[in-house]
Design a protein around this ligand. Structure first.
Ligand SMILES: Cc1ncc(COP(=O)(O)O)c(C=O)c1O
Length: 381
């Protein structure tokens, strides 16, 4: 099948690289390929691109340039923030996170727990919003870090981040409030300082930048141990030759995204609405988080009559790529930990599919895609 005929509705997994990002990546790789830590003219050229990009990327999130460290992606930034403060730590330090975090956070938190630290996994309500009372009770004078994602990657449901940060600071002003904003920044403009976010994880490939590049934001005043040891790159915070081309690609993607964000969001929101309306008119279904704040690009739908694995395969055959929103273990259909935390009825927990839109979504896509999904489901039931 021609790539152009295939309909991609899996932008939350990764979104195509923006042309400007690809061009910036290529140009940097060609013209400024030298090691940005070197002492000659070509290295200075790479270093200048790196620092200009850092300054621009920082400004997009209301941050200072020295609060930005480049990583290999969101997973590394989450692991770094959550795990390293517990290494060589013999105090009674605690960690609080939620049951609905991305695997990068859940697995990091489990690793901290395995080392003997107390870790609280706070539950959520049926819409996927963290139980605030339980969250508040879990914070105490030993809480070193709290980690709460801005918005969920499977459902798009947004957490009351500002309120949660205030709760944390009221109980323990020294606690670091971390937020995985990987999925949120795909369609939202965030100012970390205004939101009370002390550290954050960002991933380039969700915004239309290259894969393998990300950002760890850490507010001035906080220090965490290095995760990668070696050279003195990135203000001695992260060793390893910096992926300057990736950084330049990310900066270019962000520039285009920030310039067009209002129009992109309006279009995606409109097409998703049309898409959901058509499916609602034709089938018995539930849209996760329909009545609460959710990211405009994600539509997690529970179909009453059809299993998600079957539907996903049938849609693929009909030229639409979607995902269930969580990894399947060795072919077995393992229910999503997010939907489980939301206490979705076992009978329908494997009937959810995540349709996710993105910056390439066009006018008319909502109808077009819904009609194919409608036809596919009708063939199955
Ligand atoms: C919420 C969230 N956090 C973290 C990640 C991991 O980011 P990366 O692929 O850059 O490691 C993802 C990607 O799926 C995500 O959606």
């Amino acid at each position: 099948m021609n790539k152009n005929d295939y309909i991609y509705l899996d932008h939350a997994a990764t979104t195509p690289m923006r042309e400007v990002a690809f061009e910036a990546y290529k140009k940097t790789e060609m013209d400024a390929f030298a090691n940005s830590s070197g002492g000659h003219a070509l290295s200075r050229k790479a270093k200048n691109i790196l620092e200009d990009s850092r300054e621009f990327i920082a400004s997009c999130f209301g941050a200072a340039p020295n609060e930005i460290t480049f990583t290999s992606g969101g997973t590394e930034a989450d692991n770094w923030i959550i795990k390293t403060p517990f290494i060589d730590n013999d105090s009674n330090a605690e960690l609080t996170t939620t049951q609905i975090e991305h695997e990068a956070v859940i697995a990091s938190a489990e690793n901290v727990h395995k080392k003997g630290f107390n870790v609280n996994f706070v539950s959520c309500d049926s819409d996927g919003i963290t139980n605030i009372d339980e969250f508040k009770k879990s914070i105490n004078s030993n809480t070193l870090i709290t980690s709460v994602m801005y918005a969920n990657n499977e459902t798009g449901v947004v957490q009351p981040i500002e309120e949660m940060s205030k709760i944390v600071k009221d109980v323990n002003p020294n606690t670091l409030f971390h937020s995985d904003v990987v999925q949120a920044v795909a369609t939202k403009k965030l100012n970390f300082h205004n939101l009370g976010i002390d550290s954050a994880a960002i991933s380039g490939h969700k915004i239309g930048g290259p894969k393998g590049i990300g950002v760890m934001f850490l507010k001035t005043g906080y220090k965490i141990p290095s995760f990668l040891h070696g050279g003195k790159q990135e203000l001695e915070r992260r060793a390893g030759t910096v992926n300057v081309s990736g950084v330049a690609g990310l900066a270019a993607a962000l520039k285009e995204q920030q310039n067009n964000l209002e129009e992109e969001v309006a279009l995606i929101e409109n097409e998703r609405q049309i898409f959901e309306n058509i499916l609602k008119e034709n089938f018995e279904l539930k849209i996760v988080g329909e009545n609460v704040e959710r990211l405009c690009h994600i539509s997690n739908i529970q179909f009453k009559e059809v299993n998600s694995e079957t539907l996903m395969v049938a849609l693929d055959l009909n030229g639409i790529g979607v995902s269930r929103g969580s990894a399947c273990a060795s072919g077995a259909q393992k229910p999503s930990h997010v939907l489980k935390a939301m206490k979705i009825d076992e009978k329908v927990i494997n009937n959810h599919l995540r349709f996710s839109f993105g910056w390439t979504t066009q006018n008319g896509d909502g109808i077009k895609f819904a009609e194919i999904v409608k036809k596919t489901i009708k063939e199955l039931i």
